[in-house]
Design a protein around this ligand. Structure first.
Ligand SMILES: [Zn+2]
Length: 191
C-alpha cells in the first residue's frame, strides 16, 4: 500500500483535516489527525493491518502487542493477518503493564503495533513490558509516523505513511495572526 493511498483514506474519512485547530494539548495546528475515524471502518482497518503484516511475513511473529487504546484495533488486524496472538498493554498507576490475565512465553517472537508514532514513547514502554516478561521483540510498526522517521524505539520500525503535524503555541500561530478562527475538532484524544 502506497503512503499516498493511506493518507487518502485518512482524508476521505475525516481522520485527517486541514485548517486551523486547537488540539487537546491547547496547542494550535494546521492539521488534525484522529486515527479512530478511519479505523471505525473495519474494511480500512483490515487493509492497513494486512499492509503492515506484509513487512513481517517471513519473521515468524507469534505475538502482536499494542498499547491501549489507540493501538488495539490496528494491532488486532495485524495479528489476524499474521496468524499471531494479540494482546495489549495499558497503564496502571502510570506504568505500562499487562493486565486481564495476559501472559508471555519465554522467547516469544513479538511485534509491537500502534496507530500513530509521535515520540515513540508508548511503543518503547510496550517493548519494555514485553521484554521484562521474556518475549523477544523483533520490530515495531504503525500506520502513521509523525516523527519524520526520527523516533527511536530500540528495534527496527516501519510505518505505512509519514505525516508531519506541526503544532504551535497560540501566540506564535500564523493562522491566529491572520485572524482565522481556530476549530476544536471532536472531543478528547486528538493527536
Ligand atoms: Zn492558531
Amino acid at each position: 500500500m502506497q503512503a499516498r493511498e493511506v493518507i487518502e483514506k485518512f482524508r476521505k474519512t475525516g481522520a485527517l483535516l486541514e485548517g486551523h485547530f486547537v488540539l487537546s494539548s491547547g496547542l494550535h495546528s494546521t492539521r488534525y489527525l484522529q486515527c479512530a475515524l478511519v479505523l471505525q471502518y473495519a474494511a480500512e482497518a483490515e487493509e492497513f493491518g494486512r499492509a503492515i503484516a506484509e513487512y513481517f511475513r517471513g519473521d515468524n511473529i507469534q505475538l502482536v502487542a499494542s498499547p491501549a487504546i489507540g493501538g488495539i484495533v490496528i494491532g488486532h488486524e495485524v495479528a489476524r493477518s499474521l496468524g499471531a496472538r494479540f494482546i495489549w498493554t495499558e497503564r496502571e498507576n502510570g506504568i505500562m503493564t499487562l493486565r486481564r490475565g495476559f501472559s508471555l512465553s519465554p522467547g516469544e517472537r513479538a511485534l509491537v503495533v500502534e496507530d500513530v508514532v509521535t515520540t515513540g514513547g508508548s511503543t518503547r514502554e510496550t517493548i519494555a513490558t514485553l521484554r521484562s516478561g521474556g518475549a523477544d521483540v523483533i520490530a515495531a510498526a504503525s500506520i502513521i509516523d509523525r516523527s519524520s522517521g526520527k523516533a527511536e524505539v530500540g528495534v527496527p520500525r516501519i510505518a505505512l505513511a509519514t505525516l508531519d503535524v506541526p503544532t504551535f503555541d497560540p501566540s506564535f500561530c500564523e493562522p491566529c495572526k491572520r485572524g482565522q478562527p481556530a476549530i476544536k475538532p471532536g472531543s478528547g484524544e486528538g493527536q
